[in-house]
Unconditional design. Structure first.
Length: 78
């Protein structure tokens, strides 16, 4: 595991824990917190297993893993 993975997995895990705690405690904005938690989990999996993104890209007929991340991000924001 590279230093990048260690640093960013730690950071993303802390962000996930913060949002998960707020999601469980608050009555308002639960849907937004839940979606944010899903995004943090997706980012954690992507950084921990970078080849998984490439495999997903291959399934969708996209050439590079970075492109599939971009496309999913655009769809998520729209």
């Amino acid at each position: 595991m590279s230093m990048f993975q260690i640093v960013f997995l730690t950071l993303l895990s802390l962000l996930f824990a913060r949002d998960a705690r707020k999601w469980l405690k608050s009555r308002t904005g639960r849907k937004v917190r839940f979606i944010r938690c899903l995004v943090w989990v997706a980012a954690i999996v992507t950084i921990a297993e970078p080849l998984l993104v490439q495999e997903v890209a291959y399934v969708f007929g996209i050439g590079r893993g970075a492109d599939v991340v971009l496309y999913f991000s655009v769809v998520a924001v729209a």
